[in-house]
Ligand binder design. Structure first.
Ligand SMILES: CC1=C(/C=C/C(C)=C/C=C/C(C)=C/C=C/C=C(C)/C=C/C=O)C(C)(C)CCC1
Ligand SMILES: [Fe+2]
Length: 577
């Protein structure tokens, strides 16, 4: 049993609550150290959660609590004792390397100053484990979900990570091979009979993964859900301990559609999402009220082109409308059935089917506009809003997205082999802030143009966020990952000013930052009054949390983890009060 990961790097800066006094999220005062202590769920959850590593933890709890650690994830060499150099991934960028321990938690030493108003937990989800036993995954999106947390309180930072215990992860760990269909990987059937069984399981959804490695959202009722694009991969977690609590079991008939958008729109009252219908090509827009597990239909949109719906990883809303993109990159049922990855994985590029944007009334579900637009490729919409005339009539919808110039080659660039081998080479395809203008006067065509010169952000553009209070409203600022070339992956944090059409960029040589997440200062009146949080994999194999000022975009604090961090995708904020 290893308890390594060279904790000495931080324990000297850490103080840990004793088990006797430990209670969830309570503040403690340590007379010996004359410091305020934060105590966390780890001290309590350990006794109740499963796994032999918890017994190890329980013994620690009886004395003083060290950071929560766990046995190493199975590798071809069972239970290797991580050497000191493994804490920094042998000095090499850890972004594309599997996380080495199932879980860890501890206080980080903060350089700079975290504002005292920043009270709560930033959670990040992403595919942080790309092997199981001898089996190596091939694509970034295949990895098993690794959750990272940064808990800010009184200028201090307690961080941690934990593997999400999906059925897919648990089964792979037990059998030391993949057992469910992931983004690009499929378990290999042993014989023809098994193949036939597998096809049946695909149609029922049984063989699809629940590896919720993409997003994490906090619902209006306080539940925190990890998400992927399979509906069965909607998993509830405890935001303090990162413990997997169970599935979000939908109490409605729509699970038969199997898939949904990985990025629902969440407000304090409800969750809105789109369910692609692969049989009768179209999209079902549904809403689920806070506190409920039952989704209700808002409306349905039939596809205008193509054999299947376009991939709908995300979609935007305005105050009154749901914007439904119909991309030429469409789901492909044949590719879903295939055992080996195809060039576009579960998708196919259908330029002949053209591209459309539909506008649905958020309340009645009626279709109010459908326009043809230039071919486009986007995974992430940034925001959308309504333009009105003097009488208040909506004349157009503006919808912004991270647009990949209708070029699907980005999907191939995100194969692990490419990410690992082309570091420093200028192979990242160009992307831009694509701005759709959708007329609301019955005209059949919409426009798509760059919202600012893409050179402002190095022609890299993805993993975006905005001030959440501006969702659906006219807004000025977007935060995203951009490019400092040469690079093979977005390597900057960029703040886009859509009015001045300028960008401010944060860059550190060789580092890979994840999605910048904006948290507003309570009581703020300016859109960019707040901080931007990111988790960075550094060139030297280390990892750190980074806090930038939302307005100046200058660094205000950073805190080093005791180990290098794999890349992660999307985050959310869980406020304390
Ligand atoms: C698991 C199955 C599927 C899952 C699809 C997933 C997990 C899709 C995830 C997509 C993500 C994370 C997209 C992010 C894009 C980021 C980019 C392009 C960054 C670019 C940088 O420049 C299905 C395929 C839906 C069905 C089978 C099972
Ligand atoms: Fe995403």
């Amino acid at each position: 049993m290893s308890s390594s990961l060279a904790f000495h790097a931080i324990t000297k800066n850490c103080v840990f609550p004793s088990s006797k006094n430990a209670s969830k999220s309570s503040k403690k005062y340590d007379a010996n150290n004359n410091r305020n202590l934060l105590s966390f769920g780890n001290t309590q959850s350990l006794g109740t959660s499963k796994g032999d590593h918890n017994n190890l933890m329980a013994t620690h709890v009886a004395t003083r609590l060290p950071p929560v650690i766990s046995p190493p994830i199975p590798t071809p060499t069972p239970n290797p004792i991580p050497r000191k150099e493994e804490t920094n991934n042998g000095g090499k960028l850890a972004a594309w390397t599997s996380i080495k321990q199932e879980r860890w938690e501890g206080e980080l030493l903060v350089e700079g100053e975290i504002p005292s108003w920043l009270r709560g937990t930033y959670l990040r989800n992403g595919p942080g484990l790309w092997h199981m036993g001898d089996y190596q995954f091939r694509h970034l999106f295949d990895g098993y979900a690794t959750l990272v947390k940064l808990h800010f309180e009184n200028g201090r930072l307690v961080a941690g990570h934990r593997q999400l215990e999906s059925e897919a992860y648990n089964a792979a760990k037990k059998n030391r091979k993949i057992c469910y269909r992931e983004f690009s990987e499929t378990p290999k059937p042993k014989n023809f009979l098994e193949y036939i069984g597998d096809l049946a399981n695909l149609f029922s959804g049984a063989s699809l993964t629940d590896n919720a490695n993409t997003g994490v959202v906090r619902l209006g009722d306080g539940r925190v859900i990890c998400l992927t694009e399979t509906q069965k991969g909607s998993i509830i977690i405890d935001p303090n301990t990162l413990e997997t609590l169970g599935k979000l079991e939908f109490n409605d008939p729509f699970q038969r559609l199997l898939l949904h958008s990985a990025h629902p729109i969440v407000t304090k009252d409800e969750l809105l999402t789109l369910l692609p219908d692969l049989v009768n090509p179209g999209y079902l827009a549904v809403r689920m009220k806070a506190g409920s597990n039952a989704r209700r239909v808002i409306g349905r949109i039939n596809c205008r082109g193509g054999p299947t719906p376009g991939w709908v990883h995300s979609f935007p809303v305005t105050e009154n409308y749901i914007i439904v993109p119909e991309m030429p990159l469409r789901y492909c049922v044949r590719n879903l059935l295939r055992a080996e990855p195809t060039p576009l994985y579960k998708f196919e590029w259908h330029p002949e089917s053209k591209a459309y944007v539909h506008v649905m009334c958020r309340f009645s579900g009626s279709l109010v506009a459908t326009v043809e637009v230039p071919l486009f490729l986007t995974f992430h919409f940034i925001n959308a809003y309504e333009e009105t005339d003097e009488e208040g009539n909506v004349t157009a919808i503006i919808a912004d997205c991270c647009e990949h110039n209708a070029d699907t080659s980005i999907l191939d660039k995100l194969r692990l082999k490419n990410l690992r081998s082309s570091i420093g080479q200028d192979v990242l395809p160009s992307a831009r802030v694509g701005r759709f203008r959708i007329p609301m006067n019955g005209m059949p065509y919409g426009k798509l143009e760059a919202a600012l010169d893409p050179e402002e952000h190095g022609r890299g553009m993805d993993m975006c966020s905005i001030n959440p209070s501006y969702m659906g409203k006219k807004y000025r600022y977007a935060y995203a990952c951009g490019a400092h070339r040469p690079c093979n992956f977005p390597n900057t944090l960029t703040k886009i000013d859509l009015v001045e059409k300028k960008a401010k960029n944060w860059y550190e040589e060789g580092a890979v930052p994840s999605e910048p997440y904006f948290v507003a200062r309570p009581g703020a009146t300016e859109e960019d009054d707040g901080v931007v949080i990111s988790v960075v994999s550094a060139k030297n194999g280390e990892g750190y949390a980074l806090v930038l000022d939302g307005s100046t975009f200058e660094e205000i604090a950073r805190a080093k983890f005791p180990y290098g961090l794999p890349y992660g995708l999307h985050g959310c904020w869980v406020p304390m009060d």
